[in-house]
Write a new protein. Structure first.
Length: 400
């Protein structure tokens, strides 16, 4: 398959995408909860179109994501947005395109509440339960002094003061996990929310559980169904769920070619025509992605490196049953989420071409980048410069 593909190549599997959502399809029909895909994980339009029939809509984090989501959905389907960086000059368009707006703080809500009329009329508040389950604070929404959501204590104080600051809100949203394989963190989070805000939940219409969980086994589906059913029975809440990585993470691979092999102080280095700039989380997490051709305990060991000038552009040490040579293909599996969307052309190295593996098994080229794409990113736009002139820099100014 891979030898007909120009590398580096990002290849996604349409059947795997649908399979990832199939676990929740019966539950969605039976329980009536809303299933949204968090497009920040992978916003390629052909993928969104592939997923659309199995979803109620999309979860977004910016105006551009909202615009893209609405283009895919048309006038049908739910779009939910939450962002710490809600801009005054974008707010009116956001509310036109989104059905649910979850404000990131009470201050943000109070500042915008009089103008907040989303298309679906659903105005909510992102809350921060303060229950941490992630060891790395860089990725923990519940870290100390978090910017993500209103702390439960702040909301509780507003309720104790009479609740005037919360009038007009119809729902709550939280997102506290990343790639969890069991639902125990969700149980703990909901227990804390109910402990502090339980009486208020009766007055709301919906709750968004965020994402970060794999619901891809019969027992996990049954457990998730119990969570949804409990919230519906006890509080009469409509439940939303917005997975991202759990949908696309395992459904794509990156195929690269070996362009050089040489010894370096007793080790063999194999350089690929890709780079960690194409898989940024390799560098962020300092982990090694799964390599399909590697063999545990293989006779031949290589340090697999990317082709940029960054010394740390390394994928890790891998073992193989046969020696590597220039032209060999290697495949990184399970890289569908937060790779292509974060990829850059550092060093002028071209972005991977995008291919789809259709349900028939046929591989189809969907998008290829070239020099003009790189050039357009870095050349000025005369038209834009003529349209907008700015004065001299005068430091930080308060915008009212």
């Amino acid at each position: 398959m891979s030898f007909s593909i120009l590398t580096p190549a990002f290849v996604y599997d349409e059947a795997a995408l649908r399979q990832a959502l199939s676990w929740l399809a019966p539950l969605r029909a039976e329980r009536g909860f809303k299933l949204l895909f968090s497009i920040k994980a992978l916003p390629f339009v052909d993928i969104l179109e592939c997923l659309r029939p199995l979803l109620d809509g999309f979860s977004v984090s910016s105006l551009f994501e909202a615009r893209l989501a609405r283009e895919v959905l048309g006038d049908k389907g739910v779009i939910h947005i939450t962002t710490p960086g809600l801009r005054a000059d974008e707010f009116s368009e956001i509310t036109r395109r989104c059905d649910h707006v979850s404000f990131n703080s009470l201050a943000q809500w109070q500042r915008c509440r009089d103008r907040a009329r989303p298309a679906g009329g659903r105005r909510g508040l992102r809350i921060n339960p303060g229950v941490s389950h992630l060891g790395d604070p860089r990725y923990d929404p519940c870290r100390p002094h978090s910017k993500l959501g209103a702390a439960l204590g702040v909301v509780r104080s507003a309720l104790d003061a009479g609740g005037a600051d919360l009038v007009g809100l119809s729902g709550v949203h939280f997102h506290t996990m990343h790639a969890a394989r069991d639902l125990s963190p969700l149980h703990a989070t909901l227990a804390r929310v109910e402990e502090v805000l339980g009486a208020w939940l009766w007055r709301l219409e919906w709750i968004n559980l965020g994402g970060g969980y794999y619901v891809d086994r019969p027992e996990a589906v049954e457990e998730f169904a119990c969570i949804v059913g409990s919230l519906q029975r006890r509080y009469g809440l409509e439940v939303l769920f917005e997975p991202g990585k759990a949908v696309v993470g395992e459904a794509a691979c990156l195929i690269a070619s070996v362009v050089d092999v040489f010894p370096s102080e007793g080790r063999q280095v194999a350089v690929l025509d890709t780079t960690v700039a194409h898989l940024p989380q390799v560098f962020e997490y300092q982990t090694s992605p799964a390599l399909r051709e590697a063999v545990r305990g293989g006779r031949y060991r290589y340090l697999i490196a990317g082709s940029s000038c960054l010394a740390g552009d390394l994928f890790g040490d891998y073992e193989f049953s046969e020696p590597l040579g220039v032209g060999d293909r290697l495949t990184f599996d399970g890289i569908g989420a937060y790779s292509l969307v974060k990829a850059s052309r550092f060093n002028g190295i071209n972005l991977p071409a995008i291919y789809a593996k259709e349900s028939t098994g046929r591989i189809v080229l969907k998008k290829r980048y070239d020099y003009l794409d790189y050039r357009d990113q870095w050349v000025n736009s005369a038209d834009a410069c003529e349209r907008e002139e700015v004065g001299p820099w005068r430091g930080v100014a308060r915008v009212r």
